[in-house]
Design a binder for this molecule. Structure first.
Ligand code: SF4
Length: 204
């Protein structure tokens, strides 16, 4: 599976301290995409699916992780791998949130059995194209046209509580050579960041 990055603990993309996976590859071209660097189907990001499942499962078991968020890129561009991943996770991971630029109707129209199986396993789908002009700072929806589908009822309360008690916010993760702002970005986040860094004599 093409995977660009994995992080934990992520607290800005769903309730609790989550393990988050960003796939690489997206054929959509939303204006002002928050992750344009993840649009390419870059073969150097390939991880054999059994290795990925093993690594994520071992980590989740060792840290007691019960919630996973899968974003990208576009997770449903790799439906067979996505199916294997969500069914390969340990039982304790009972909350799987997937972000997609496709609407749920568009996903069903693909008539792909792997996609249907993914939708039967995951807990929550946030669907639809990102529209920058409709970005209103919702904690889980990049833009107001997107919808939150509770596909498993038991997680609904935790998500409603998360939405009530959070604003759209980002969490910084620093690696040896990069900094990642993880979460739902407010409108003009990139311009504001560039302006702030320029003021401090830094470049992005
Ligand atoms: S679906 Fe997501 S990754 Fe793809 S272009 Fe739109 S915002 Fe970017």
């Amino acid at each position: 599976m093409l995977v660009s990055r994995m992080m934990h603990p992520v607290c800005t993309l769903g309730p609790g301290e989550r393990f988050a996976i960003w796939v690489s590859g997206c054929k959509r071209r939303c204006k002002k995409c928050a992750n344009p660097e993840l649009q390419a189907f870059d073969p150097k990001n390939e991880i054999p699916i059994d290795v990925l499942i093993q690594v994520v499962s071992d980590f989740c078991i060792s840290k007691g992780v019960t919630g996973i968020t899968i974003s990208g890129g576009e997770p449903f561009e790799q439906p067979e791998e996505l199916e294997k991943l969500v069914y390969g996770l340990p039982e304790q991971v009972h909350d799987i949130l997937v972000f997609s630029g496709y609407t749920i109707e568009q996903l069903h129209e693909k008539k792909n059995p792997a996609i249907e199986k993914v939708l039967a396993r995951i807990s929550v789908l946030v669907d639809g194209e990102y529209k920058d002009e409709l970005n209103q700072g919702h904690p889980l929806k990049g833009s107001q046209n997107q919808r939150i589908w509770f596909l498993q009822d038991e997680v609904k309360e935790a998500y409603e509580q998360f939405i009530r008690s959070h604003e759209a916010t980002v969490q910084q993760f620093a690696t040896s050579d990069d900094v990642f702002a993880i979460g739902i970005h407010r409108r003009n986040f990139d311009e504001d960041l560039a302006r702030l860094m320029k003021k401090k004599g830094l470049s992005v």
